[in-house]
Every structure is written in structure tokens, then in C-alpha cells.
Design a protein around this ligand. Structure first.
Ligand SMILES: Cc1cc2nc3c(=O)[nH]c(=O)nc-3n(C[C@H](O)[C@H](O)[C@H](O)COP(=O)(O)OP(=O)(O)OC[C@H]3O[C@@H](n4cnc5c(N)ncnc54)[C@H](O)[C@@H]3O)c2cc1C
Length: 306
């Protein structure tokens, strides 16, 4: 079978089960905080684990790639879009359940909502997450962190579905947490994360969150679509500082530019293409390498067909 006939067969199978929850050639710009990105060949929204297993199994049998989209706040989706099946989680994946200091959070739950709920219950450990956009699943994959904290420190178990469509649970140690990355099995889709927090003083936690909110507001550019920090901080240094010394602040390609407020943010000035952002990333890496000898590594994930 040719690739396009495999895809048609897969589309027919998924439409048979999920009906209007399957979209073909779905533009992805509206699903990313950058407001950039070409189409998903197929996009499917699943609402429970059985549905997710069925989609991954079908894509695997059809030999088609699958990609799990979170809230799209750390992504640069190529202008040509993403081949295969893009899976979005909804329904039961939005649930957050507290049981004493333990929390079970669905992968599609908003990370910020989890942080707020924990603070209001007087549970400590997630305050660093104030202002980090995105989902619990995306936060887990990226080992999201800020102000000295990171998600890895409060995770007990990660539950999900393998690329072949089988359920699997991992302990914290098996996730392979490192700075803004994890070593999850290829194609693993997280369904739920189990956290263990600590009892804390609600007023003190609220005060800490308010302090972090103020710090973030003072540092980050507002108003224009972006995907947060473009580069990771290299060991012992700051990407923003290196970019600023390399004179990159304000550099522009097409509709994208490095922010003049924070050198490590690229903003979409309107109508930016993924290629514009990629060109800026390459330009910045080259200049920083020339000026400091340091090779910056992107934090934003470049996905799709380039
Ligand atoms: C204004 C702004 C500020 C930010 N500040 C911070 C910050 O302070 N600290 C920080 O760490 N990050 C920050 N970020 C980056 C981003 O918010 C985080 O990386 C976030 O955790 C990504 O979550 P997401 O749901 O948007 O993931 P996405 O961007 O949708 O996806 C990121 C990766 O996770 C994968 N993924 C998502 N969900 C799942 C799942 N259920 N199963 C398997 N894989 C999945 C995707 O396939 C992709 O590879 C910021 C972004 C913005 C726009």
C-alpha cells in the first residue's frame, strides 16, 4: 500500500469511531502560543484511555507517526505541518484529584490550575509553577521549572500509553528527568501524573506565588505571541545574557523578532512563519558561538516537516 492509501484507510477507521472528533488538514497555528504552524495531516481528540489506546494502535498498525499536542506553549510547528496523527487529550484527562498530600492530575489539566489548587489547599512544592503556561503532560515532558524549582521534584508516578497502544506506568526514576528534558520512551503519551506534595502554610504559599508573579511580570514580554524561552541556559550561564552580549535583541526576520524586552524570547509580530523563527534561531546560535564559543541548545521544540 502507498503512504496515501494507508492514510486514507487510517482516516476512515478513525472517523468510524470518533466521527467529528477527527479533523483532516487541521491548521495548527491556533493550537500554539506562537500562533504559527502548518496543518496536522489528521488530528484526533480523545477523551479517555481506551480511546487513546485505540488511536495509537491504529496509527501504529498503519505505520503512521503520532504526535501528542499539549497546550502548544513550547512548540515551533513547521510551516509544512505535521505528518501522521496529532492527538489531543480532553475529557477525563482534564481531571485533578487531591487525596491528602497526593494529587492525581490528568495530562491535559492546565498546569497553572494544579498550582493554584495546591496552594489553596495549603500544599507546598508547586509554587515555582506560577505563570508557567501549558498542560500537566507538557510540563512533565519538558521537566518544566522556574525560580530554582522543577516538576521532577514532586512527581511519584507517570502513567501513559506506549507508541504501540499499551498502558504503562513509570516511577520518577524511570522518567529520566534532566534540565528541561526527560528520557521517556519514544512516542509515549502521558495520561496522568501522580504528585506528592508537602503540607505547607497557605498564607506563606500565597505570598510566595504573588512574589513570583511579580518577578515574572517584570521579566517577560507581554502582548505578542511567543513560546517562552527559546534557548536553554547553558551550564553556569544564562542564554539571555549571552544573546544580549551577541547583540541579538531586536533582530528581525520576516514577521518574527527577538523581543527588545527579553533577549531569550522571540515574538510573532504578526504573520510570522516558522521559517522566520527558525532563521532567527540559527542566526542567534551562530552569533553566540562566534562571540562566546558556546553552542546554545533550543528549549522550544521544533516539530513537523522541515
Ligand atoms: C510566556 C511563556 C512562559 C514560559 N515560561 C516557562 C518557564 O518559566 N519554565 C518552563 O519550564 N517553561 C516555560 N514555558 C514553556 C512551556 O510553557 C512549558 O514547556 C510547558 O510545560 C509546555 O507544556 P504544553 O502543554 O504547552 O506542551 P506542548 O508545547 O504542547 O508540548 C511540548 C512537548 O511535550 C509533549 N507533550 C505534551 N503533552 C504530552 C503528553 N500528554 N504526552 C506526551 N507528550 C506530551 C509534546 O509532544 C512536545 O514534545 C513558557 C512558555 C511561554 C509561552
Amino acid at each position: 500500500m502507498t503512504e496515501s492509501s494507508c492514510m486514507s484507510k487510517l482516516e476512515a477507521e478513525l472517523r468510524g469511531r470518533f466521527g467529528a472528533r477527527v479533523a483532516a488538514h487541521q491548521p495548527l497555528a491556533e493550537f500554539t502560543s506562537f500562533r504559527i504552524g502548518g496543518p496536522a495531516e489528521l488530528m484526533v481528540t480523545v477523551e479517555n484511555q481506551a480511546e487513546l489506546m485505540a488511536v495509537l494502535d491504529a496509527a501504529h498498525r498503519a505505520d503512521m507517526p503520532s504526535f501528542c499536542l499539549g497546550s502548544g506553549t513550547n512548540l515551533l510547528v513547521s510551516d509544512r505541518g505535521i505528518r501522521g496523527v496529532v492527538v489531543r487529550l480532553a475529557g477525563e484527562f482534564l481531571n485533578i484529584d487531591f487525596d491528602g498530600v497526593r494529587v492525581r492530575a490528568g495530562a491535559a489539566a492546565r498546569f497553572g490550575l494544579l498550582v493554584e489548587n495546591a496552594v489553596e489547599r495549603g500544599l507546598a512544592g508547586l509554587e515555582f509553577g506560577e505563570g508557567i503556561p501549558g498542560s500537566v503532560g507538557g510540563g512533565l515532558v519538558m521537566n518544566a521549572g522556574a525560580f530554582g524549582g522543577e516538576i521532577a521534584r514532586v512527581v511519584r508516578f507517570v502513567h501513559g500509553v506506549t507508541i504501540e497502544g499499551a498502558a504503562r506506568s513509570l516511577t520518577n526514576g524511570e522518567v529520566g528527568f534532566a534540565y528541561r528534558r526527560t528520557a521517556l520512551p519514544r512516542g509515549f503519551v502521558i495520561t496522568r501524573v501522580d504528585f506528592e506534595l508537602r503540607p505547607g502554610d497557605r498564607e506563606a504559599l500565597r505570598a510566595r506565588v504573588a512574589e513570583l508573579k511579580g518577578k515574572r511580570a517584570a521579566r517577560q514580554p507581554r502582548g505578542l505571541p511567543n513560546a517562552g524561552s527559546i534557548f536553554k541556559n547553558p551550564p553556569g550561564n544564562f542564554a539571555g545574557r549571552l544573546l544580549e552580549s551577541a547583540g541579538i535583541k531586536g533582530a528581525r526576520v520576516g514577521g518574527a523578532a527577538f523581543s527588545d524586552q527579553h533577549a531569550n524570547f522571540i515574538v510573532n509580530l504578526g504573520g510570522a512563519r516558522a521559517e522566520d523563527v527558525r532563521a532567527l534561531i540559527e542566526m542567534a546560535r551562530a552569533r553566540v558561538r562566534e562571540t562566546s564559543g558556546i553552542a546554545l541548545e533550543p528549549e522550544v521544540r521544533l516539530v513537523g516537516e522541515w
